[in-house]
Design a protein around this ligand. Structure first.
Ligand code: LMR
Length: 386
């Protein structure tokens, strides 16, 4: 079988540095799928990119890598790409919100869309990581109009995994301290496979809606509701004690919801660099659930930034939003209609959708301005569904 051609933009960056070994060891597209990797970066990063290529060679990866091309030539990188992992973009610096990146990254995404449209495989599968990720998907969809919209996704798996990680931390602490109090000898630590029903709704921003209302843990051989392990409804964001019925993001102590929303900024403040290892891991999970023959069709519901066109959750159409989906065999996905939204989640999701619509309007304005400045007569050609 011909190798899978995968392009990574921002190939010399931090996330790519953590992601390449996962791909090369067969942990993303499956152990039996050979990958022809194209690492793209901008000319000022050419030396760093060459260094990454040297390290790939020195790592003796033999499982899944068929070949690696490190290049600053966009056409060479995108030609025939069957998967595009878009990491490249202006990065968030400490003190900046992801929103601040719209203007800086809209032009880059326009170019990526044009490259996908002209040079990539017509069925190329795309994951956008560069922020603002969902709005970047929207820009791609305009400039790569032939690409099926369902093929364009953004990463919200990092938020999803952050939430699961925090839930596991809290659940295991409680189970361990309960078993110590009972005098039980040991307790089995829960892992990610022992959690189901979590979802991130909305934007990859401070307005995102981490939702644990349907979460269950697998404890002592059966699935039990989240509150039987973590009864703190306020921390979980499930309390109905406040006017309006819910406390997402409100409360004297940082709730789980606030902690998930701010995790990217917290890592950025601590490392002076954005999350990279955890982002790479989340990309690997996103892609393997979606595309690997071993996992696609067998994974539980996951959070993915996807088109809202035709969604069953009542989210307005014409944007991209994190929603619960189930990946199906052969690289497709469907909305997970089994997820029902509480009134509280719906109310918060509406605010996040308003933000996504504002981001979209801002990005369009900036692109129009740039096109006018460049003297373009083509203008934007939004799709009929918008
Ligand atoms: C993250 O969530 O860590 C990334 O999107 C980087 C950022 O700007 O927060």
């Amino acid at each position: 079988m011909a190798p899978l051609r995968v392009v990574i933009t921002g190939g010399a960056g931090q996330i790519a540095y953590s992601l390449i070994p996962l791909i090369a060891r067969g942990l993303v597209f499956g152990p039996d799928v050979k990958v022809d990797l194209r690492l793209l970066d901008i000319p000022p990063a050419a030396n760093a990119l060459a260094g990454v290529a040297m390290e790939v060679q020195d790592s003796l990866f033999s499982t899944a890598l068929e070949g690696v091309l490190a290049t600053t030539n966009e056409v060479e990188a995108f030609t025939g790409a069957q998967v595009a992992i878009l990491l490249g973009g202006f990065p968030r610096r400490p003190g900046m919100e992801r929103w601040d990146l719209i203007g800086k990254n809209a032009g880059i995404m326009k170019r990526m869309g044009e490259l996908l449209e002209t040079y990539a495989s017509p069925n190329c599968k795309v994951v956008v990581v560069a922020n603002p990720a969902q709005t970047n998907c929207y820009i791609l969809s305009i400039y790569a109009p032939s690409l099926p919209r369902k093929n364009i996704t953004s990463l919200s798996r990092l938020d999803h995994d952050r939430m699961i990680g925090m839930l596991l931390h809290e659940a295991n602490s409680r189970l361990i301290s309960d078993s110590a109090a009972d005098g039980s000898e040991c307790v089995r630590r829960l892992t990610a496979a022992d959690v189901r029903g979590a979802c991130i709704w909305g934007n990859h921003s401070n307005s995102q809606v981490p939702d644990v209302s349907a979460v269950e843990f697998f404890v002592d051989g059966r699935w039990v509701p989240i509150e039987s392990v973590i009864p703190d409804r306020t921390w979980l964001g499930l309390s109905n004690s406040l006017p309006g019925g819910g406390n997402i993001g409100v409360g004297p102590e940082e709730s789980l919801v606030e902690a998930v929303r701010k995790r990217g900024a917290a890592v950025l403040a601590a490392r002076k660099l954005s999350s990279a290892m955890s982002a790479a891991n989340a990309i690997a999970e996103h892609l393997s659930d979606w595309l690997s023959p071993e996992k696609s069709g067998h994974s539980p519901a996951v959070s993915m930034g996807v088109t809202t066109d035709g969604n069953p959750f009542g989210v307005s159409e014409g944007i991209f939003s994190s929603l619960p989906v189930r990946c199906t065999i052969g690289g497709d996905w469907n909305y997970d209609e089994g997820f029902s939204m509480t009134d509280d989640v719906r109310r918060h999701l509406e605010a996040s959708v308003v933000e996504l619509e504002e981001e979209k309007a801002t990005a369009l304005k900036m692109l129009e301005k740039a096109e006018a400045a460049a003297g373009s007569v083509a203008g934007l050609v939004p799709r009929p569904s918008l």
